[in-house]
Design a protein around this ligand. Structure first.
Ligand SMILES: Cc1cc2nc3c(=O)[nH]c(=O)nc-3n(C[C@H](O)[C@H](O)[C@H](O)COP(=O)(O)OP(=O)(O)OC[C@H]3O[C@@H](n4cnc5c(N)ncnc54)[C@H](O)[C@@H]3O)c2cc1C
Length: 486
């Protein structure tokens, strides 16, 4: 593995069941306690694991949540979460044991579990500088490494399988081109997103933890705000927007001004009760990139890629670690079915991983494309953007109404399951649901959906939806308990 981030750690766990020796090469010194690292500059910012990711991580590392609690993570059970959106405010209660921590604490807990695996070895402060290949470049047989900050010469380490888990700034695309491969164009979401995060201490008099999410209003360039509780009586506040203008400030004065303008007054007041620890810090990225290595007719044997190096996302939707977990699980299934690995094994794995990436990429792109200045660039246009944006507006409006008027969270939970990558978007976009949310109320949201659907035969609704939105395969049949109650 190249890189000991979340993707590298999960992959090592999978490989440890199938290979005699697994080595994770990491350019950073790996910390002896939870702390920020240079190689993962995103780790200062809030990281949450989506429900599907949590289930998979728990399969790989049974009761990993308990490790996190032992390390001081916050148990969010019974916390209230207030959702502020243009469709109203909804206050929910987390009704089950639920862990909330910083990214360094999460990574540290998983790292400790991986360290306990007898056949996994970490090689830290070593930077991978290139791939070792056969003379015809058809096979990857190892990596070239160099000690970071050291005087020693570059050396090579042989391997039967090399997996690039080096994250968002992976050099794999260039390396493949240098090896003479015809690499397909990447899909790019030119998202120009900005994050700004500030840490606070929660004063002892605050007993009831009330976290909040104020959903941004892209049409008015009003950013999103989130307040989350983590380990050791700390909280994190984030400001987020996309599109490249009016990005979240990283100086305290402007941060507070934007917080005031973007957050609902209630959320803003909650933050004011907390004690800031330090100035806010930012993270900005021009684009999210999805590689299409699975389309390559020839691919070197002995090489795979996983995590952000394969596809990275706008992080506001919290998908990256969960997609890495899904990919690691796909790899586990492929290894199980193909022991020892068959010819073309790597391409099959990449193809299956790409299918799993599809719904996450589509869902986050649909939301990001609401912001002015965000563009999708790819050889094939993204299907169903305008329809899905309008459909989800109408869906959320009904879900909020159902929750507030009937005290019924079923539509809301269904939406959460889709965004938690448990259910396919087709669980929400289908003729039965459409019939339910088109009520003839002549609202702007309903008219917008009807205009997108156009003239159609009501008996052929599924065909019309197939024309409008992609089909997804997100097979997952585990029963999931609803997280919230009112
Ligand atoms: C601001 C922000 C907030 C985020 N919030 C969330 C969230 O809430 N939920 C979520 O699921 N995801 C979130 N993500 C995404 C998440 O960080 C990644 O998807 C996740 O960590 C998986 O990434 P990875 O392991 O592929 O890469 P990384 O975690 O970035 O790890 C890559 C590793 O490779 C190492 N490395 C790189 N090059 C080399 C080399 N040449 N040699 C040796 N080692 C090397 C690096 O040092 C690093 O340790 C967020 C991202 C950002 C930017």
């Amino acid at each position: 593995m190249i890189g000991a981030g979340i993707a590298g750690l999960l992959t090592a766990r999978v490989l440890s069941d199938y290979y005699e020796e697994v080595m994770i090469i990491e350019k950073d010194e790996l910390p002896q306690k939870a702390s920020n690292r240079k190689g993962t500059p995103q780790d200062f910012h809030p990281h949450r694991v989506l429900p599907r990711g949590d289930i998979i991580m728990n399969r790989f590392f049974p009761d990993y949540m308990e490790d996190l609690f032992d390390l001081g993570a916050h148990n969010a059970q019974n916390d209230k979460v207030v959702n502020f959106s243009p469709f109203g405010t909804l206050e929910l209660v987390i009704n089950q044991r639920s862990v909330a921590s910083s990214r360094p604490l999460l990574e540290f807990a998983i790292h400790q579990r991986v360290q306990q695996l007898p056949n996994v070895r970490f090689l830290s402060r070593q930077s991978v500088r290139g791939l070792v290949t056969s003379d015809d470049n058809k096979q990857v047989t190892g990596v070239h490494v160099k000690e970071r900050d050291g005087e020693k010469e570059e050396r090579s380490i042989p391997a039967n399988l090399v997996i690039d888990t080096s994250g968002r700034y992976s050099k794999l695309n260039k390396r493949l081109k240098d090896m003479g491969y015809n690499v397909p164009d990447q899909e790019r979401l030119q998202v120009k997103f900005g994050y700004s995060t500030r840490y606070y201490l929660v004063p002892p008099h605050i007993n009831e933890k009330l976290s909040g999410i104020s959903r941004g209003v892209p049409e008015q360039n009003i950013g999103s705000v989130g307040l989350f509780y983590i380990e050791n009586d700390m909280a994190q506040t984030i400001l987020f927007n996309a599109g490249g203008s009016n990005l979240p400030a990283t100086n305290t004065k402007d941060f507070e001004k934007q917080l005031n303008e973007w957050a609902s007054p209630m959320l803003n007041n909650l933050v004011k009760e907390l004690e800031p620890i330090e100035d806010p810090r930012g993270y900005r990225a021009a684009e999210s990139v999805r590689q299409h290595y699975e389309q390559m007719e020839s691919w070197p044997s002995g090489l795979l890629v996983l995590g952000d190096a394969f596809c990275n996302f706008d992080p506001i939707y919290g998908q990256g670690m969960t997609v890495a977990a899904i990919e690691a699980e796909i790899l586990a299934n492929c290894l199980k079915e193909n022991t020892p690995p068959q010819i073309c094994f790597e391409r099959q794995v990449l193809q299956r991983m790409q299918q799993a990436i599809e719904p996450a990429w589509w869902l986050s792109s649909i939301e990001d494309l609401r912001w002015n200045g965000v563009e999708h660039v790819g050889s094939v246009p993204l299907k169903g953007v305008s329809f899905a944006q309008k459909y989800f507006n109408l869906y959320i409006k009904h879900a909020m109404k159902q929750a507030k008027e009937d005290n019924n969270l079923s539509m809301f939970h269904q939406y959460m399951k889709m965004n938690g990558l448990i259910d396919s978007p087709s669980e929400i976009i289908n003729p039965d649901m459409l019939n339910m949310i088109i009520t003839g109320d002549e609202s702007a949201e309903e008219e917008a959906v009807l205009a997108e659907l156009g003239e159609m035969d009501m008996n052929k609704m599924q065909e019309r939806l197939n024309e409008l939105v992609p089909s997804f395969s997100l097979a997952f049949d585990e029963k999931v308990t609803d997280l919230f109650s009112t």
